[in-house]
Design a protein around this ligand. Structure first.
Ligand SMILES: NC(=O)c1ccc[n+]([C@@H]2O[C@H](COP(=O)([O-])OP(=O)(O)OC[C@H]3O[C@@H](n4cnc5c(N)ncnc54)[C@H](OP(=O)(O)O)[C@@H]3O)[C@@H](O)[C@H]2O)c1
Length: 337
């Protein structure tokens, strides 16, 4: 049985003179926050939130020093709860890991049992991190929008921030679920990538006329929004009657300036999508779908072709906060078994 070595490698965020510093350092198990399950980490991934935490561009961490990384996959070393035994393959996304609790950018993690999901059959540890919080969140949006009666006949789904992690997987998921998908991107040069994912239409966000009237010509059956700000306001004005907007992110701005008109004169719904503290039954069901009929094609080749090491994380984090990254980036930390 594997045991935890006296020291292991971790990317920890420190705060010095009110500035954050990411340090690759040797730590011990007792340095980690309390939790019932100790995991030998095989892979992690870099989400927008991780990029904010590592670069210090956003306040993500509750307390310092703390290991960053909101996602991890790996094998259980020990568990204080009967649901997990040593050697079990598991996935952790969200659950306040990498924010309140120490996270996945380390060779070993200790996390609350509530945050752990058994790796579903049909997914490898690597594929689980190609999906990560980004994939889980895109799937949560699909689930919530379907529950709210979003159907392909309402019209195309507009995906904003489509070259990013959540956006890329949202395109693949909605296309697979039978929807027509439009990618509203700031990188029109990424057209081939977006079409390979399944986008039927590419819209250049840089030249898009977002209008200003409470209602503009209805164009989209629904939308998955990663940007917030003016882009989300535009979507509220242009979604067709009874369409749903899944509000996921704030890569452009945390603000929303609109009127109630789209909601009361077109029946448009604005659904909040929050991946961190989902009901456990939803979490298990969504991971099963992601390993089965919702599993995107090309997960580790098209969506997450890049695998980096812990040493590379700070540089990749800078790319993400600058909006320059494409798709998902997996972090390889230990071996698969
Ligand atoms: N609600 C939740 O539970 C949840 C879960 C996961 C993520 N999120 C949020 O969802 C958003 C996307 O996350 P992610 O991990 O997919 O991030 P990401 O991989 O960095 O992708 C973000 C994408 O947004 C666009 N973008 C970036 N900066 C921008 C800017 N300043 N103005 C306009 N567009 C910009 C870019 O796409 P284009 O160039 O193609 O436009 C970029 O590729 C983030 O705000 C994140 O915090 C929320």
């Amino acid at each position: 049985m594997t045991s935890v070595p006296a020291t292991f490698k971790a990317l920890r965020i420190h705060q010095v003179d009110k500035k954050t510093e990411a340090r690759l350092e040797a730590i011990t198990l007792s340095d980690l926050s309390a939790g019932q399950v100790v995991i030998r980490v095989a892979y992690s991934s870099i989400n927008y939130k991780d990029a904010l935490a590592v670069t210090g561009k956003g306040k993500i961490m509750r307390g310092y020093p703390k290991v960053a990384g909101i996602d991890l996959s790996g094998t259980v070393v020990s568990s204080e709860v009967p649901d997990y035994k040593p050697g079990d393959a598991v996935v952790v996304t969200g659950g306040n890991v990498g924010e309140v609790f120490d996270g996945g950018f380390a060779e070993y993690a200790r996390v609350p049992a509530e945050a752990v999901v058994p790796l579903p059959p049909g997914l490898s540890l690597h594929e689980a991190m190609a999906l990560g919080t980004a994939g889980y969140t895109a799937a949560l949006a699909l689930r919530r929008m379907l529950e709210n009666h979003q159907t392909p006949d309402l019209g195309p789904i507009a995906v904003t921030g489509p070259t990013g992690g959540v956006g890329s997987i949202a395109i693949a998921l909605f296309k697979r679920a039978g929807f027509t998908v439009a990618a509203i991107t700031g990188k029109p040069g990424a057209e081939k990538y977006l079409r390979d994912l399944g986008a039927d239409e590419i819209v250049d966000r840089n030249t898009l006329d977002v209008g200003s009237k409470p209602l503009e010509t209805a164009r989209w059956g629904g939308a998955v929004d990663n940007l917030g700000g003016d882009t989300l306001a535009y979507l509220t004005r242009t979604v067709k009657p009874w369409g749903t907007i899944g509000a996921i992110g704030l890569a452009q701005a945390p603000t929303l300036s609109t009127t109630v008109i789209p909601f009361i004169l077109r029946g448009v719904s604005l659904l909040g999508i929050w991946s961190v503290e989902c009901p456990r039954s939803w979490r298990l069901a969504i991971w099963d779908r992601l390993a089965g009929d919702w599993k995107p094609n090309g997960l580790t080749t098209l969506i997450a072709p890049r695998t980096v090491t812990l040493d590379d994380v700070p540089a990749v984090a800078e790319e993400l906060v600058a909006g320059k990254a494409q798709g998902r980036v997996v972090v390889r930390i230990g071996s698969d078994l």
